[in-house]
Design a protein around this ligand. Structure first.
Ligand SMILES: *Cc1c(COP(=O)(O)O)cnc(C)c1O
Length: 357
């Protein structure tokens, strides 16, 4: 197989071991003589995978009592409306830090009043607003912890006087978090914990059941709690790959070790961006993401963008094109992205500077 350095933003690079174990299960699922995609989701063999995957989530994130872990369909995008439907009676507060936050806001507006407490839209979302007041009469405060497109991140568990709800699609399991500070955490698995097709939800059970509207069965989190995420047929293969990915995280020392590795990788790349006069970072320094690193050519070298893209591609780099709304480059350094890939990118930047400056 061709060796590449995969910096894709999502779906993203996954551990080879997790992919290989999933291939085995696709051929013969735990000795059943059937593929994992052929067995009944009501079988004891599948139930064991569900139970183990929930247990891995609880262990790796140190999830306290009273929280439920759900695996749903529909992507993080479905959570954009499930959240307000389950939690907003009249009013909700949102922090507008990017396109994903905007999409969440758009859906919430259909169910009540939305207060945007702060926004960084004025500068193409290149920073995380820090000075804002959370209205205490809102039903919840929604944040996007990592802004995948802009490379900005809230790297702490903030204090909120009202229930805190977070889209953690692209930084879940990248660092330890204090789950007790959140009422609900959700995300698509395909950024850091698995393939597309499964959405994780961590929800404080006691916070549910407080809205007066009718909730369609599939939209009600309680349905999925009551049926252990199997009210309907779950996305078995996606869950299985997520299970293997989390086992890999555990074998490698857990989320704390992921954090150390991720910080080391990000520092390596940010240091090069700051040192190399041909490139500049797009996010403000105090808002920089550890997961997605955005950079562009420095002003005098703007015309060299395509040349660097080709140069990097020749050296095996994949997925470093920046999102069309930001331009330039974006390297996503998720858990399974090896340090060697970052070293290769840094080496390419240094070599490019030598040849072109
Ligand atoms: C990718 C992404 C989403 C959308 O996820 P889907 O599972 O494709 O719906 C939402 N929020 C953030 C922060 C993302 O990075």
């Amino acid at each position: 197989m061709k060796k590449v350095h995969n910096f894709n933003a999502g779906p993203c690079v996954l551990p080879k071991e997790a992919i290989n174990a999933s291939i085995e299960a696709l051929k013969d699922f735990v000795g059943t003589g059937m593929s994992v995609i052929e067995v009944s989701h009501r079988s004891k063999e599948w139930q064991a995978v569900m139970d183990e995957t929930v247990a891995l989530w609880k262990e790796l994130l140190n999830i306290p009592e009273g929280y439920q872990v759900l695996f749903l369909g529909g992507g993080a995008s479905t959570q954009f409306y499930m959240v307000p439907m389950n939690f907003m009676e009249k009013k909700a507060a949102y922090l507008e830090t990017g396109v994903w936050a905007k999409k969440a806001i758009k859906e919430a507006k259909a169910f009540g009043e939305v207060v945007i407490v702060a926004s960084s839209a004025d500068t193409t979302f290149n920073y995380i607003p820090k000075k804002y007041t959370i209205p205490t009469d809102a039903d919840y405060f929604h944040i996007t912890t990592n802004n995948t497109i802009y490379g900005t991140e809230i790297r702490e568990d903030i204090d909120s006087p009202i229930p805190l709800i977070a889209d953690m699609s692209s930084d879940i399991m990248s660092r330890p978090i204090d789950v007790s500070k959140y009422t609900l955490i959700y995300g698509g698995a395909q950024k850091n914990v698995g393939p597309a097709g499964v959405t994780f939800v961590i929800v404080k059970e006691s916070a549910l059941g407080k809205v007066s509207r009718y909730l369609p069965t599939m939209v009600n989190y309680k349905t999925h709690i009551d049926d252990g995420s199997m009210f309907n047929t779950p996305p078995v293969f996606s869950i299985l790959v997520m299970n293997e990915t989390l086992k890999w995280v555990k074998r490698n020392g857990g989320v704390k070790v992921m954090q150390q590795r991720n910080e080391e990788k990000a520092m390596m790349l940010y240091n090069e961006i700051d040192r190399n006069s041909m490139f500049v970072g797009t996010a403000e320094k105090d808002s920089r993401s550890i997961m997605n690193v955005g950079f562009v050519m420095a002003e005098p070298y703007k015309d060299k963008e395509e040349a660097f893209m080709a140069f990097a591609k020749e050296r095996g780099m994949v997925g470093i094109k920046g999102h069309r709304s930001v331009g330039g480059f974006r390297a996503s350094l998720y858990n399974a992205c090896p340090k060697e890939s970052v070293e290769a990118l840094v080496a390419a930047m240094q070599e490019f500077e030598k040849l072109n400056k």
